[in-house]
Ligand binder design. Structure first.
Ligand SMILES: N[C@@H]1[C@@H](O)[C@H](O)[C@@H](COP(=O)(O)O)O[C@@H]1O
Length: 241
């Protein structure tokens, strides 16, 4: 794992965007695995600027996102489809048909997950997977568990995740209790992985991810086994490293 410590969220976003832009310049038709949450928002803003000034184009890019809340459709402001549209896709020249997320409106979990596995296979492999880190160490919505679940699956969100994500909703009651998430096969099969971690609330879990045992109780700890992981952490998040 390469760990880049930066001063603050601004610098994290700048470095994150440079990392992704470099990938796009090296391979203009690459497959990007994308993430939601607060951590990548600044990075997406800088990528939009890079597109606007002509440095990069998304026209040949394919994207596959990590996860989606079950039960929310793409027009719901807290759905991850809506997040991706408003924070990135609507502002760049990506072809929307080439952007994929699990189908939150598919009530049949088995079908939603099988369909997404086919999509992950169909795009021909992820070149760069972007990740945030949940407060309990989750990646995508792979919550602490007794096993590392291989494929896309439907998860019951933990209370810690519901609490952490309540800030994006009007109240805790509105946070969906289930989500579809890519499993570890999809994430770890990416050629490169970039993890963005910001803020003091992530310091303890980041130290466990990097220096602790590899265990499904700390989902992101499995990244220790991947040959090409870069973590960009701001000073607060990196405080215990
Ligand atoms: N499913 C998402 C994750 O993919 C994300 O990494 C995490 C951290 O979010 P934030 O960056 O807002 O702390 O939140 C959500 O639960």
């Amino acid at each position: 794992m390469v760990i880049k410590k930066v001063t603050d969220y601004e610098e994290l976003s700048k470095k994150g965007a440079q990392f992704i832009a470099a990938q796009i310049i090296m391979k203009p038709n690459c497959v990007l695995g994308l993430a939601t949450g607060g951590s990548p928002v600044g990075t997406y803003q800088r990528l939009i600027k890079a597109y606007q000034d002509g440095s990069i184009s998304f026209k040949d890019i394919t994207s596959v996102n990590l996860d989606e809340y079950k039960g929310l459709d793409g027009t719901h402001p807290q759905s991850y489809r809506y997040f991706m549209n408003t924070n990135l896709f609507d502002h760049v020249d990506i072809v929307k048909e080439n952007t994929y997320l699990p189908d939150g409106l598919e009530p049949d979990s088995e079908k939603a997950c099988t369909d997404y596995e086919a999509i992950i296979d169909g795009v021909g492999g992820i070149d760069l997977q972007l990740l945030g880190l949940g407060h309990n160490g989750h990646i995508g919505f792979n919550e602490p568990n007794t096993v590392f679940e291989k494929n896309t699956h439907c998860v019951e969100l933990t209370q810690s995740t519901i609490d952490a994500n309540t800030r994006y909703f009007n109240s805790s009651d509105e946070v969906p209790r289930q989500a579809y998430t890519m499993g570890y096969r999809g994430i770890l099969s990416a050629k490169k992985i970039l993890v963005l971690v910001s803020g003091s609330a992530k310091a303890s879990i980041l130290a466990q991810v990097v220096n602790g045992p590899i265990t499904p109780e700390v989902p992101a700890s499995i990244l220790q086994l991947h040959p090409d992981v870069t973590i960009i952490a701001d000073a607060e998040a990196a405080a215990l490293l």
